[in-house]
Every structure is written in structure tokens, then in C-alpha cells.
Design a protein around this ligand. Structure first.
Ligand SMILES: [Zn+2]
Length: 356
């Protein structure tokens, strides 16, 4: 059957366009613009968007997102914001018609939102930690020697912050929304927000995950309180991981490893991949830290997390996108599997991946 094309006048730009469908009143170009605008305007109405706008308004400046308002800085915050929900292990009870959480967790500022006069704590993943709400309430705006801040005395109402987000950073919000498509909070049916948590999170595993993400050292006998206090209040151990020399092989050493490796894949790694692979799979105590995308991780903490089945989550929350976290996870598991499969969590699935 031949399609019958009708000529229709676009209700927005009044240009003629041809369509076989009677449902379109806008030309393809206008339809595209409308779709993009909807994605952008939905953002500040979403649960995460509302949270973000509130925090920016409280600090009075967009400078709190110190690396700039970009789709990747938004994604990074979103992943962390989502992790707090997941770790809280909320479930909806149909009998009482209420939400209940297993753990009461806050997204706490390391350098407080309102610290010293003229200083506001950054709204960045490096200045935020998922921690028990009791600790957050206890420390409130106390300034410890931790975290990151920006200088600002400006004020911004919620309305102004919302408007600026759309007008000034609309292009970045659009890129973020094309990936995440967050919907207005009240339009989302309750059934879709209901999620069954497969993974059980305990305070100690959350503490190790957050310390690892922030590059703060964890010791064998630490309990969750000790770790959270160290993260929030700082300690002499703070930044230990960052001050250690990153583990890298020299080009000559890389050639040597390639020459003797029995794995085909290893022979094809670039120097950076090869170093990481080598340090992950060696038993040598001199190499306690591995460097991934300029962040240093304690090998011991990575192993602890993997044995609790939480390494994937931690990496996903550490890097700017879930895809990068997933790729690194695959890479690590690959390195360990070829070294000693017994050390891995029983649920680890090794997926072939050439990407890094
Ligand atoms: Zn049009």
C-alpha cells in the first residue's frame, strides 16, 4: 500500500512539512527541539535535580561545583546520590503505605556547606561522603581539616538557581539527560521507584567503599565508626594513599613483561594498562597501591571489597561514569583471575574487554 503524504503546516514555525501520520502537528525540527526542551526542563523537577538546585542555592553560588557544571560532573554527583539511596536499602511497605530504610544515611559534606565566613564546602564527589546521619547531625557545620571549599559570599534563591541551571548550563543538562532521562518526581509511578535490593550493605562495607573512593586508608581492625570519623574529621593517615609514589613500570620493564608473558592479551597492552595489570596480579609487597585514572588505590582495600562483592559498586561510584567503573572492574577481575582465582568473590563474572 502506498503511503499517502499530506502537507501540513507546522504549528510552531509555520513551515510546510510532509507527513503520512495525522498525529504530528509539528515539523521534525520543531519536534526535536520540543523533545530536547522537555529533557532539560524535566531535570530540575526530578528528585536529583531538586536536591542539586537546593544545595546550589544553599551555597549561594554555582562555583561549588568546582570543576564546572558539565554533564560529567553532574553524572558523577548523580551516581553518588543514587548510591546513598541504594546503600540505605529502602523498601516500600504496602501495608503501612510508607517507605522504610534499613540504614539512615546522609550525603555529608567533608568541608561543611557553611564553614568559616565566606567559605562554602564544594558540591563535588571529593567533598561528599555517604555516612550515618547520626554523624552528620553530630558534626553539623564543624570545620575539620578535611575536604574542599570555595570562597563565596553570594546568595542565590532556589528560583534563581533553577533558572540559571537551565539558561546557562542547558547544553550540559541536555547531555546529562540524554543519558539518564530523569523524570519529574511526581510523574513517576511509585511502582518504578520500588526496588528490591539484591546486595546487602552493612556499615562496615559502606565505610570501606567510601574510604576507598576518597583515597583514605583503611586498617585491618578498623570498625565503621573509626573509618567514618577518619573520613569526616581527618587524621594523620589522611592522604597517605595519594602521597605514595604511583606504581608504574618503566618502558624497558614493560617490554620485559611482554616478552615473558604467556597471555596473548597482556602482550598487546599499552604501558599504562600493562603496569596496572602487573601490579594487580603480583604478590610483591612493595606494590601495595595501584593507580587507575590518576587515583591511587590500596590493593588490600580492593581485595576486601571484592571479597564482599562490593568492588564493582565502589569503582562505579568512584569514576565519572558507570561505564568506566565497569571497564576497570572487568580489568581488575581479569588480572586477578589470571593470577589466583581463589581470591575472588564467588559472584565475580569475568567479561572479556579490550577497552580501558
Ligand atoms: Zn516547525
Amino acid at each position: 500500500m502506498a503511503r499517502i503524504l499530506n502537507t501540513v503546516v507546522c504549528c510552531v514555525c509555520h513551515v510546510n512539512f510532509k507527513t503520512s501520520s495525522s498525529k504530528f502537528t509539528e515539523c521534525p525540527a520543531c519536534r526535536d527541539t520540543t523533545r530536547k526542551n522537555t529533557l532539560i526542563t524535566n531535570f530540575p523537577k526530578s528528585s536529583f535535580g531538586k536536591w542539586l538546585v537546593h544545595r546550589i542555592s544553599q551555597s549561594g553560588t554555582f562555583k561549588v561545583m568546582s570543576s564546572g557544571v558539565t554533564h560529567s560532573s553532574l553524572s558523577e554527583l548523580y551516581l553518588l546520590w543514587k548510591a546513598r539511596r541504594r546503600y540505605s536499602q529502602s523498601s516500600y511497605c504496602h501495608i503501612s503505605d510508607e517507605w522504610a530504610s534499613k540504614l539512615s544515611l546522609h550525603l555529608c559534606h567533608l568541608y561543611p556547606l557553611k564553614g568559616s565566613v565566606g567559605c562554602v564546602g564544594e558540591l563535588t564527589t571529593r567533598n561528599l561522603v555517604i555516612a550515618p546521619s547520626t554523624l552528620n547531625n553530630q558534626f553539623k557545620n564543624t570545620v575539620f581539616n578535611t575536604g574542599y571549599y570555595v570562597k563565596s559570599n553570594s546568595t542565590l534563591t532556589i528560583k534563581q538557581a533553577k533558572k540559571m541551571l537551565i539558561t546557562r548550563y542547558g547544553a550540559e543538562v541536555l547531555k546529562f539527560q540524554q543519558e539518564h532521562n530523569l523524570l519529574p518526581v511526581n510523574k513517576k509511578p511509585i511502582a518504578t521507584s520500588f526496588s528490591i535490593t539484591e546486595q546487602e550493605y552493612t556499615l562496615i562495607t559502606i565505610a570501606i567503599m567510601e574510604a576507598t573512593r576518597l583515597g583514605i586508608e583503611v586498617f585491618q581492625d578498623d570498625d565503621s565508626d573509626t573509618i567514618f570519623n577518619r573520613i569526616l574529621k581527618g587524621a594523620s593517615t589522611m592522604n597517605t594513599i595519594h602521597t605514595k609514589a604511583p606504581a608504574t613500570l618503566s618502558p624497558d620493564e614493560c617490554d620485559e613483561v611482554r616478552l615473558w608473558s604467556t597471555h596473548h592479551k597482556v602482550k598487546e597492552f599499552c604501558d599504562k594498562q600493562l603496569s596496572l595489570y602487573y601490579f594487580l596480579s603480583t604478590n610483591d609487597d612493595r606494590f601495595n597501591y595501584v593507580t587507575m585514572r590518576d587515583k591511587n588505590f590500596s590493593k588490600e582495600a580492593l581485595l576486601d571489597l571484592e571479597s564482599s562483592g562490593l568492588l564493582r559498586d565502589t569503582l562505579i561510584n568512584t569514576f565519572e561514569s558507570a561505564a568506566i567503573g565497569q571497564r576497570l572492574y572487568t580489568f581488575i577481575v581479569n588480572a586477578w583471575t589470571s593470577f589466583n582465582p581463589d581470591r575472588l568473590h564467588k559472584n565475580s563474572k569475568f567479561v572479556e574487554s579490550d577497552e580501558f
